[in-house]
Unconditional design. Structure first.
Length: 42
């Protein structure tokens, strides 16, 4: 059964990730997580 709510999208097609801080480019996501949620990263 194909479920479009959980469709797999190849990484090359993802240009931005929508967060509560705005749209973040995938290559900047880890830096933003470290900045806003330092307790999540060891």
């Amino acid at each position: 059964m194909l479920n479009y709510a959980f469709d797999l999208v190849p990484a090359k097609y993802i240009t931005g990730i929508i967060t509560e801080f705005g749209v973040i480019r995938p290559e900047n996501l880890l830096d933003e997580v470290k900045k806003h949620y330092p307790w999540m990263i060891d």
